[in-house]
Design a protein around this ligand. Structure first.
Ligand SMILES: [Cu+2]
Length: 140
């Protein structure tokens, strides 16, 4: 019984940290699940803006090609889309200049949770990733 208050405090701290992370990272949006097209390609569209991806939670199936259409909504700030998960068959490092639309393709070979992010950084300022420009790809 003595450890109970400590445990509940720990739990509260955990919940608070998780909530803060959730809000700061912006993972509050709804996850978007790809539905394969007739040709078996899982197509999703992502908006890149300062400093977020929308949607920032993508769900795809393992073993089927994924095609992401990256649309920049900025007028000046360049962004990119980086995912370095070679073990899962995913290696993407795509520049997305202001106002551009580009497509990337990969075929996930492994189930799991993988992070994508923008690694742009201006001088001594925080990186875009640190400002919340990241998201999660769930492969199942
Ligand atoms: Cu960026």
């Amino acid at each position: 019984m003595k450890s109970l208050p400590v445990r509940s405090i720990q739990m509260s701290v955990l919940v608070a940290v998780y909530t803060a992370l959730f809000i700061s990272v912006g993972w509050a949006g709804e996850p978007v699940t790809a539905v394969p097209d007739a040709d078996g390609v899982q197509r999703l569209t992502i908006i890149l803006d300062s400093y977020f991806y929308k949607p920032d939670q993508l769900i795809v199936r393992v073993g089927l090609p994924v095609e992401l259409t990256l649309i920049s909504h900025t007028t000046l700030t360049p962004h990119n889309f980086v995912m370095k998960e070679p073990d899962a068959g995913i290696t993407v490092d795509q520049e997305t200049s202001a106002g551009d639309t580009v497509k990337v393709r990969f075929t996930p070979r492994k189930a799991g949770l993988f992070t994508f992010y923008c690694d742009k950084k201006l001088l001594f300022f925080k990186s875009h990733r640190e400002k919340g420009m990241e998201g999660i790809l769930r492969v199942h």
